[in-house]
Design a protein around this ligand. Structure first.
Ligand code: IPE
Ligand code: IPE
Ligand code: MG
Length: 254
């Protein structure tokens, strides 16, 4: 096996990787198990990917752990997911602290069960002084809801006379997003073969490189992340310019 890790150019890493962790249910079903078994195994992948990102020096990792739409799943599965979340954070918080990982949460925090809010708040406090990887968990997250909230905040400022509609800038708008202060993801990974965004970071992913893999999340481990990063590094990010313009920027005076 070639050493994928050593092939990664550390000077050209994405500063922010966002992942839609999909396929836990199918992974479990393929093994004749309950869907929840797949969620448990998915936690092992989370640990590995957090570890790999910290070790590589990635600044931000956003994990889509529970969407606002996921509340519509059977109650038993939702309960199991919330319990898993609480237990995992409780178990991992010491290691997060030790590994210099700073925890953040985006999404409709108030809609989470009380115990979940408590546990997350505590873990965010415990890791608040850390300066390494920023681990962002998207919980009860809906990008449309986030955009609506941002629009409301702007409207309130306008209504209060603090801002004129014609003066609204992208920065003003972004200030109302949950991800305020985070760089936009340069790489978005979705596992399990679905080629869709599912209401995830619609604004922030405007120029992200999208990487879709058939691998189910519980099977997605460090080597799969390295594969995705190498794929990302083979791409030319043009931002509307021509390839020639980009090449010139890379090699000046040519
Ligand atoms: C992703 O796996 C985890 C969550 C959405 C919480 P799924 O549970 O969506 O797995 P599939 O897509 O049914 O296989
Ligand atoms: C998206 O996965 C949400 C998370 C990974 C948490 P889903 O599996 O719920 O997405 P859809 O509904 O199939 O698009
Ligand atoms: Mg799914």
């Amino acid at each position: 096996m070639s050493d994928l890790h050593s092939m990664i150019d550390r000077s050209r890493l994405p500063s922010h990787i966002a992942i839609i962790m999909d396929g836990n249910g199918r992974w479990a079903r393929e093994r004749g198990q309950d869907r929840v078994f797949g969620h448990y195994e998915g936690v092992v992948s989370v640990r590995e990917i957090v570890d790999a990102c910290g070790e590589l020096g990635v600044q931000y990792l956003t994990l889509y752990a529970f969407s606002a739409e996921n509340w519509n799943r059977p109650k038993a599965e939702v309960d199991a997911l919330m319990e898993l979340l609480v237990n995992t954070i409780r178990k991992e918080v010491d290691d997060l602290k030790k590994n210099n990982v700073k925890l953040h949460v985006i999404g409709d925090f108030a809609s989470l069960p009380q115990i979940c809010q408590q546990e997350m708040t505590e873990a965010m406090e415990i890791t608040s002084m850390n300066t390494g990887l920023n681990l962002v968990l998207a919980l009860s997250y809906s990008s449309r809801f986030e955009l609506l909230q941002a629009a409301r905040k702007i409207a309130e400022k306008v209504a209060a006379g603090a801002l004129k509609p014609e003066d609204i800038t992208e920065d003003d708008f972004q200030a109302g997003l949950d991800t305020h202060g985070f760089p936009d993801p340069e790489l978005m990974i979705r596992t399990s073969g679905e080629n869709r965004i599912s209401n995830f970071l619609l604004y922030q992913l405007a120029y992200a490189e999208l990487y879709f893999t058939p691998v189910h999340w519980p099977d997605f481990r460090k080597q799969n992340l390295y594969d995705a990063l190498l794929d990302y590094q083979r791409r030319e990010r043009r931002f509307g310019k021509t390839s020639e313009q980009i090449q010139k920027n890379i090699v000046p005076n040519v």
